[in-house]
Write a protein of this length. Structure first.
Length: 164
């Protein structure tokens, strides 16, 4: 009888240890997942900052080009690119604010306790990442357009020489 009791106690202790280990393992995996998400959010924020810097530099260049332009048409083109750059910069700022809010919500353990809430916030984060990628493509396109305007402006016979 003592052997059965000892076996039962041993089995109970082992089951409790395994259960505790499984819970710890699950909690550790959740923490790892949360850490990965936080890192992704930080990287997204850094990308947005870099794009904002690029837009700012592009706008400064457009301002200088507007001042140097020899004719009104070129000034208007530079001005339109400058205005579009300003708007894209505002969009990036709004996206960054939304990403920061998303990050704050995802760190709120009480809000994220429900599985459905976690899934929806993960979707929001994924959409923000996709939008960041699309904004990156937009900025690249704007940089190419700016480069073409710059080249056209500096060509012999272009607007800067007054021959148009």
């Amino acid at each position: 009888m003592k052997m059965k009791a000892a076996t039962w106690v041993f089995t109970f202790i082992m089951a409790a240890l395994l259960s505790t280990n499984a819970a710890y393992s699950q909690q550790h995996m959740q923490q790892q997942h949360m850490s990965q998400q936080m890192q992704q959010m930080q990287e997204m924020s850094q990308r947005m900052n870099q794009m904002n810097d690029r837009i700012h530099m592009m706008n400064q260049h457009m301002t200088r080009m507007m001042e140097k332009a020899g004719d009104q048409q070129m000034r208007n083109q530079f001005q339109q690119m400058h205005r579009m750059g300003e708007q894209v910069g505002l969009m990036l700022g709004n996206m960054k604010n939304a990403a920061e809010r998303c990050n704050m919500i995802m760190q709120d353990q009480q809000m994220m306790r429900e599985g459905d809430m976690q899934q929806e916030m993960n979707r929001v984060r994924e959409h923000l990442q996709q939008m960041t990628g699309q904004m990156e493509e937009t900025v690249k396109s704007m940089e190419r357009v700016t480069q073409r305007l710059r080249e056209r402006h500096s060509q012999p016979g272009g607007a800067s020489s007054g021959n148009q």
